[in-house]
Design a protein. Structure first.
Ligand SMILES: Nc1ncnc2c1ncn2[C@@H]1O[C@H](COP(=O)(O)OP(=O)(O)OP(=O)(O)O)[C@@H](O)[C@H]1O
Ligand SMILES: [Mg+2]
Length: 459
């Protein structure tokens, strides 16, 4: 039961508040002087203090100061007959939670008390998060609850007992690098984790990045440089965006994987590879193999253990927990005390498609936390959301049903075709998912696709 201490020298007010608040379900104590009030608070702190400014013995402001001294988070609601701006400002500056004028309006007081209690609850929650991160989340944890994620956790456990090659697939921002790091930390935490982005660097540079080079082996090779495979020692080499690797380097990588040794560029001796190799891609490598854009033999070498991360939109149930986790992380980084997001934002987040997955969610939250005024992120803190929210409604009511010729209506078939195309565009082109959204069976979908001449490849 929340407790309230009323400090007011006007006995009739104290009594009325006592009766009223007890009736409302609070545990109430009263004091007629500042000193008595302070003593009662020190004896047993209450959740909320209702404090009159004009008291017979001491000034209400100094009582406020002493209460704050006792507990800086104490929620004090000041009440007074003074209406001027200065008193109000002083009260708020002194750390009062709210300021209410006499005669007291019970609705106003009720609201202030509820707000104070709520704010206290949130502070407790956030303090818990900040002070005991290990009890809730640790930075680097993977958040996920569904079967798919649970299977991934199991796989991580299994591969961490060996040093097999792992291929991690998933759309961008689904946590591929995070998974690689967790595998690494579970296998060889004291050895280096070295990430190489195979798309960022030109081919020859990438080659010497990976394998190192001897001094003078090419123009610009002014000194000997160790390659990532060597630098990683008994740790891990994470080859990100492996699909972007040139065919020539693919061949060299294949040899490394087969023999677990290689030559430094311009060098003579064979160098042994002890590191575990992990590769990641957001492309469909198998399809690339079919098209001849990725070596089949390399694909099978990499794909000894494969982990495929689900997109965020197919595991929406994890969104609330991810938000809690990410906010904890962001609060620590930015020294903020953001407690959560409003229900309205949560509704939008639960509906949204998340093409950029967890990374997109994280970026949205970071930007909102930077600008947010309050402790709870509202729609106003996400300027991008306002646009997102406005878009689908605009599309369905205007674009989808609008014929190019003014005054001409569309046929049902035309609308159906447009709608199917829209759904295809807005999902990740997975036929199962499309059937589910449209509420039709697979053969029906195939028939309709054929009827409208719609073809597409899964992304
Ligand atoms: N399941 C998860 N739990 C907690 N945080 C996650 C999870 N998945 C991703 N993240 C966080 O989201 C961000 C993006 O993850 P990461 O960089 O691992 O994705 P990625 O798949 O490698 O993305 P890209 O393809 O764009 O390189 C990181 O900050 C990561 O910590
Ligand atoms: Mg990545």
């Amino acid at each position: 039961m929340p407790s309230i201490l009323v400090i007011d020298d006007d006995a009739s007010i104290s009594e009325t508040l006592d009766l009223y608040l007890t009736e409302e379900g609070y545990k109430v104590r009263t004091a007629l002087t500042g000193t008595d009030g302070l003593n009662k608070y020190v004896e047993e702190p209450s959740d909320v203090v209702i404090l009159d400014i004009r008291l017979p013995d001491v000034d209400g402001f100094s009582v406020l100061e002493d209460l704050k001294e006792e507990n800086e988070n104490v929620k004090v609601i000041m009440i007074t007959a003074f209406h001027d701006m200065e008193t109000t400002i002083n009260a708020m500056k002194g750390g009062a939670f709210d300021y209410i004028h006499k005669p007291v309006n019970v609705d106003e007081l009720d609201l202030a008390i509820k707000k104070a209690l709520k704010s206290m609850e949130m502070e407790k929650k956030i303090d818990g998060l900040l002070m005991e991160p290990s009890r809730t989340f640790r930075v680097g944890d993977i958040i996920g609850t569904g079967n798919e994620m649970r299977d991934i956790f199991k796989t991580i456990g299994t591969v961490s007992q060996s040093r097999t090659t792992v291929l991690i697939q998933g759309e961008s921002g689904t946590g591929k690098e995070l998974i690689a790091k967790v595998i690494h930390n579970n296998t060889s935490p004291d050895e280096p984790f070295i990430a190489v982005n195979c798309s960022a660097i030109v081919e020859t540079l990438l080659e010497s990045e990976l394998f190192g080079h001897e001094k003078g082996s090419f123009t610009g090779a002014v000194s000997r440089q160790l390659g990532k495979f060597e630098l990683a020692r008994y740790g891990s080499v994470f080859l990100d965006e492996i699909s972007e690797m040139s065919v020539n380097l693919q061949a060299k990588l294949l040899r490394v994987l087969q023999e677990m040794e290689f030559d430094r560029v311009g060098g003579k001796d064979k160098i042994k590879v002890n590191a575990r190799i992990m590769a990641a891609t957001n492309k469909d490598l198998k399809a690339m193999v079919k098209d001849g854009r990725f070596r089949e033999d390399l694909y099978y070498r990499l794909n000894i253990v494969s982990i495929t991360l689900p997109p965020l939109r197919s595991r929406r149930q994890d969104i609330p927990q991810l938000i809690d986790y990410l906010l904890t992380k962001i609060n620590l980084d930015l020294h903020k005390k953001i407690i959560g997001i409003s229900d309205e934002v949560m509704d939008i987040f639960m509906q949204y498609n998340w093409p950029g997955n967890v990374r997109e969610l994280e970026n949205l939250l970071v930007r909102a936390c930077v600008v947010a005024k309050g402790q709870v992120l509202g729609v106003g803190d996400f300027p991008e959301l306002a646009r997102e929210e406005a878009k689908p409604a605009g599309e369905t009511s205007v674009d989808l049903f609008k014929s190019a010729a003014p005054g001409k209506f569309l046929t049902l078939d035309e609308v159906e075709e447009r709608y199917i195309r829209k759904v295809i565009k807005e999902t990740d082109k997975n036929k199962g998912e499309i059937c589910e959204i449209l509420g039709v069976s697979r053969p029906t979908l195939e028939r309709k696709l054929e009827k409208y001449g719609i073809t597409f490849e899964r992304e």
